[in-house]
Design a protein around this ligand. Structure first.
Ligand code: AMP
Ligand code: TRP
Length: 331
């Protein structure tokens, strides 16, 4: 059966970008494959974060996963740090990705540029090593992510090929990334030339925003010259972004969204985009609230950790053996 794995960092309020690019689609795999969805809390430590904020975000993310329609009976939902094999495999794998290739990662370059240059953590640099471990531990075939994570899945593939060449081609499973046709890169509403991101709150829609705020943000989104609602990323980045959001909400193609808005003025167009977002986020938020308040997510995470641990251990053992680490409990 196909194994699907993905994760999100509990680093802040999730955005509509996270929702459309990743979260919304995780559930689509749970009927046809074996799904592992985790909270990348160790990755959240790669940039300074307040402990209480991290703790709360972790709970939030668990509730968001469940509210998105992931069924804990079908999908394994867990916290990265609750499965020790991630850190153990990391200690091995860090020797097989090279400093040159890690320093070429776009995410590292972007994130480290914003930091005091004398305080860039080793974890931020080595981020793709841990991410590769997350993926290979579960023998994942498919990794659904937004566009910004493709490079990290590609470096995972390099690592898998390197390991398999050296230790035998059954050591690790080669993963493929999967990005959505619509919405792999949702842009900021205030500057549609930059990505909507948790660390850049201007122009974001947060999944926890009250609905009147969501509407207001969409109605005041930056638009472009002209008056036609047309998809043209170059010349109409604002309109194109809103069209993408609409198409993602309605689960239609960009062409279908464009056809729907022929003859619309920008104001009416934005109103319908806002309606579509509210129609989806409102019930989602309600479910999230209920799950968070009931505390039911904790039992899900405990059960998930058990299931994940059992699988991750087997892969770890296989790698330890392959590289020559002695198992003192075996003869
Ligand atoms: P992160 O917030 O970096 O942990 O990202 C979690 C997931 O959301 C990853 O799969 C990202 O690729 C995806 N993602 C983050 N921001 C966006 C965005 N603006 N548009 C589409 N996908 C995104
Ligand atoms: N790096 C991902 C992000 O920032 C989160 C992540 C960590 C992840 N490990 C992963 C995603 C493994 C997919 C698979 O969004």
């Amino acid at each position: 059966m196909t194994r699907i794995l993905s994760g999100i960092k509990p680093t802040g309020n999730l955005t509509l970008g996270n929702y459309i690019g990743a979260l919304k689609h995780f559930k689509d795999f749970q009927d046809s494959g074996e799904v592992f969805i985790f909270i990348a809390d160790l990755h959240a430590l790669t940039l300074p974060i307040d402990p209480e904020f991290l703790n709360q975000n972790t709970r939030d993310l668990a509730a968001f996963y469940l509210a998105s329609g992931l069924d804990p009976k079908k999908a394994t939902i867990f916290v990265q740090s609750s499965v020790p094999a991630h850190a153990e495999l990391n200690a091995i794998m860090q020797n097989y990705l090279y400093m040159g290739e890690l320093s070429r990662m776009t995410q590292f370059k972007e994130k480290s540029a914003k930091l005091n240059q004398s305080a860039i953590g080793l974890g931020l640099f080595a981020y793709p090593v841990l991410m590769a471990c997350d993926i290979v531990l579960y023998d994942a075939d498919i990794v659904p992510v937004g566009e910004d994570q493709v490079q990290h899945v590609e470096i995972t593939r390099d690592l898998v090929n390197r390991i398999n060449k050296r230790y035998g081609d059954k050591t690790l499973v080669l993963p493929n990334y999967q990005i959505n046709k619509v919405g792999a890169r949702i842009m900021s509403l205030s500057d549609p030339t930059v990505k909507m991101s948790k660390s850049d709150p201007k122009g974001d829609i947060f999944l926890k925003d009250p609905m009147n705020v969501v509407r207001k943000k969409i109605m005041s989104a930056v638009t472009d010259m002209g008056s036609e609602v047309k998809f043209d990323k170059e010349n109409k980045p604002g309109i194109s972004n809103l069209l993408t959001i609409y198409a993602a909400m309605r689960e239609i193609s960009i062409e279908e969204a464009e056809a729907h808005f022929v003859g619309y003025r920008y104001g009416d167009f934005k109103r319908e985009v806002a309606d579509a977002v509210v129609a989806e986020l409102e019930p989602f938020q309600k479910k999230y609230q209920e799950i968070l308040e009931s505390g039911s997510y904790l039992e899900v995470l405990r059960e998930g950790a058990k299931r994940a641990d059992a699988i991750a251990k087997v892969t770890l053992k296989r790698v330890q053996k392959a590289v020559g680490l002695l198992d003192i409990y075996e003869n």
